[in-house]
Design a protein around this ligand. Structure first.
Ligand SMILES: Cc1cc2nc3c(=O)[nH]c(=O)nc-3n(C[C@H](O)[C@H](O)[C@H](O)COP(=O)(O)OP(=O)(O)OC[C@H]3O[C@@H](n4cnc5c(N)ncnc54)[C@H](O)[C@@H]3O)c2cc1C
Length: 368
């Protein structure tokens, strides 16, 4: 009998759950870790930039016997950008992401704690003269695994050692789930507002309202500001849009990874152990912070390669695939960072069908 491969997946979000579901068809021992009980609530919106993305996502979910149609809460037909209505040139779906993730991997299968590659502990020592001293020791949690998959999203558990470099491009977010009793047709659209290009930064700041159904709205903002400033800004925005007639169901802060794929750690062999990252942890996000599709796609590709090739070959092929397939994400982020007017204009058109004159207004406002 062969030796069973020991796999650890760090994070049970969208990417980690897909990997778990696909690899668990094999004769592997898999541990999947997540410290959060609430899964998948921070983004409820899937945007398919082209027909191909929609088809790939459908196909991937079909391989794990799931149908994307069972998770669609709403198809958004209208977008309101900065007060004007536009018709999107792509498919926007509001997805019940929590249910999707739970159906991929039930909570009961998850080891409900953080996974830290290095655990720091204090040991108590008694010296020869009888005095007690505390000594700091480090242990590694990774030693039992043949394969470790970083699916920790923005936490980027196995990414760059240098903490400053690790988070330097991240955009901060603040989001509320609100209940608005007075639901009208007016709010049954996606609102994108206050778009801001932060010079020298790769992510585009903006505010959004996503109709989730049953009077619920996911309202959020992403800017290079601190948490308090974001909260104040969003509170004012919600009041401006909904008046005083709403109830806040919950609120939280987060961040979105703005690092480039090319500056991320995608995968490598360490001796006989393979390490690879999937989803947001390796920078698979657009400058507008969309990462769901890429989390699904990268997780699927890595799993398939692991099943079909020896570990070292699989990781090598995966690295090549990611760099080539998702190259556009890096190009887009670079063009935002360098304030490339032509490319930003193209990007805004591509994502939200924003006409040129509006994009120019946005860019001029960003410079002020
Ligand atoms: C406010 C907000 C709005 C967004 N809106 C959109 C959108 O509209 N459309 C879109 O496509 N994308 C959106 N995104 C991005 C999208 O949510 C992510 O790109 C996507 O969820 C990435 O999936 P993932 O599985 O890679 O990571 P995640 O979904 O972040 O999952 C990572 C998991 O790892 C766990 N974890 C982290 N550290 C550890 C650890 N040490 N040990 C164990 N577990 C750990 C976390 O608890 C989490 O459950 C948004 C993100 C935010 C923050």
């Amino acid at each position: 009998m062969g030796v069973i491969m020991q796999v650890s997946i760090i994070g049970a979000g969208l990417a980690g759950s897909i990997v778990y579901r696909l690899l668990s068809k094999q004769d592997y021992h898999i541990d999947i870790y997540d410290h959060l009980l609430v899964r998948g609530c921070k983004s409820m919106n899937f945007i398919f930039s082209n027909k191909n993305e929609l088809l790939i996502t459908k196909k991937i979910l079909k391989t794990v016997n799931l149908d994307i149609n069972d998770y669609i809460i709403n198809e958004v037909k209208d977008i309101n950008v900065g007060g004007d209505d536009y018709y999107p040139n792509k498919k926007f779906y509001v997805i019940n992401k929590s249910k999707l993730i739970e159906d991929l991997v039930p909570r009961t299968m998850i080891t409900n704690r953080e996974f830290n590659p290095i655990i720091k502990r204090y040991m108590t020592k008694v010296s020869s003269n009888g005095t007690l001293a505390r000594e700091f020791v480090e242990e590694t949690e990774t030693k039992f695994y043949d394969l470790i998959i970083d699916a920790s999203g923005n936490a980027k558990v196995l990414q760059l050692e240098d903490v400053n470099a690790k988070y330097k491009n991240d955009i901060r977010t603040c989001q509320f789930l609100i209940y608005y009793n007075n639901s009208s047709e007016d709010f049954n659209k996606l609102f994108i507002d206050e778009i801001k290009i932060h010079k020298g930064k790769p992510m585009i700041g903006h505010t959004w309202i996503v109709p989730v159904g049953d009077g619920l709205y996911h309202v959020g903002c992403a800017y290079y500001k601190n948490d308090h400033e974001l909260w104040e800004f969003l509170n004012k925005y919600v009041k401006k849009m909904f008046g005083n007639d709403y109830t806040k169901v919950c609120e939280c802060y987060s961040r979105i990874n703005g690092n480039l794929i090319s500056e991320s750690f995608i995968g490598r062999m360490h001796g006989k152990r393979g390490i690879a990252g999937v989803g947001e942890s390796i920078g698979l996000t657009t400058p507008l912070g969309h990462g769901n599709i890429y989390a699904i796609h990268s997780a699927y590709v890595l799993s398939k390669l692991i099943i079909h090739y020896e570990l070292n070959k699989a990781i090598l092929k995966y690295k090549k695939y990611v760099v080539k397939k998702f190259r556009k994400l890096d190009e887009d982020k670079k063009s935002v960072k360098s304030f490339n007017l032509l490319r930003i204009k193209k990007l805004l058109k591509e994502y939200y069908n924003i006409p040129t004159y509006e994009s120019i207004k946005i860019m001029v406002k960003s410079l002020c």
